[in-house]
Design a protein around this ligand. Structure first.
Ligand SMILES: [Ca+2]
Ligand SMILES: [Ca+2]
Ligand SMILES: [Ca+2]
Ligand SMILES: [Ca+2]
Length: 289
């Protein structure tokens, strides 16, 4: 298994570099981030900070956590991923504290009543519909209020009838907890797709089957730190880096990224070596447990 991991990293040629389509680094000068633009340095799809209490640290966006009626979150533009047939979400985030049950790291989708009215444009329930998320893909920081438990979920109920896919994992979290995450979502056929999920370079969901396509997603509420289910709490976390790729990162790509960190992108030709370094780091970490 470990030999396989390392060999895979050596052999796999990375296609990571050319596939990065959105990059948010949050490196604005330290200070109040209320209403600030979230710059996309690669794709120009700039977002905005909604709600109250966010600050820039100089290297990240620090969200306060709290009820979604007022607390700050990152609001990215509509239709970022439904136009693609494969994507990877990747980021470096520190979970600052607990509470805020079902707090999300990211959640892209729509909220009741869905369709053209599925968009919520600010804190609270701005569209006046119900409070449940209908279409979405999310990675949660906690399951319920338990931060030693997480969930990746895809739901396709906008319009109704598309179903839901849930993948739970259980990784211990001690605040403040820095995390690297990568979630891939790839169409595999008409009405079928597949997800993979890594936390800190350890794969927790492998080839998880999903009964819908990326194009089925009504991605009008594309949020960092806020749930498309409006009664869930907003996360208390600091986002250092958030990226979207229009392909699926391989395990070698993910390990290369872990090794390099949030401030740089692997160059073509360097990611094989970096993947090896990343695999060795995880190998050593596992042996030391
Ligand atoms: Ca915080
Ligand atoms: Ca849908
Ligand atoms: Ca929106
Ligand atoms: Ca940063």
């Amino acid at each position: 298994m470990k030999k396989t991991l390392i060999l895979t990293s050596i052999i796999a040629a990375s296609s990571l570099h050319g596939a990065l389509i959105h990059r948010y680094s949050f490196n604005d000068a330290a200070g109040d981030a209320t209403g600030a633009v979230l710059t996309d340095s690669v794709g120009g799809a700039h977002g905005v900070v909604q709600g109250a209490g966010a600050v820039f640290t100089g290297s990240g966006l620090d969200l306060p956590g709290g009820g979604s009626g007022t607390a700050a979150y990152g609001d990215l533009p509509n239709n970022l991923i439904s136009v693609h047939s494969s994507v990877t979400f990747e980021g470096w985030v520190t979970i600052d504290g607990g509470g805020n049950p079902w707090a999300r790291i990211f959640d892209f989708g729509s909220t009741n009543p869905g369709g053209l009215n599925g968009e919520v444009t600010g804190p609270g329930n701005t569209n006046g519909g119900g409070t449940d998320g209908l279409d979405y893909i999310f990675l949660s920081a906690s399951r319920g209020g338990d931060y030693n438990a997480q969930r990746v979920e895809i739901r396709n109920e906008d319009p109704a009838g598309g179903g839901i896919t849930t993948h739970d994992s259980n990784v211990a979290t001690a605040f403040p907890q820095p995390i690297h995450f990568a979630v891939t979502w790839v169409d595999t056929g008409v009405g079928t797709s597949e997800i993979n999920y890594w936390r800190d370079g350890v794969q927790l969901t492998a080839n998880g089957a999903v009964g819908s396509n990326l194009g089925d997603l009504n991605d009008v509420n594309n949020w960092l730190g806020r749930s498309t289910w409006l009664n869930d709490g907003n996360v208390d976390a600091t986002f250092d880096e958030f990226r979207i790729y229009d392909n699926a990162l391989s395990e070698a790509d993910v390990l290369a990224s872990v090794a390099l960190g949030p401030d740089a992108i692997p160059e073509p030709g360097s990611s094989t070596l970096l993947g090896l370094v990343g695999a060795l780091m995880i190998f050593i970490r596992r042996r030391s447990r």
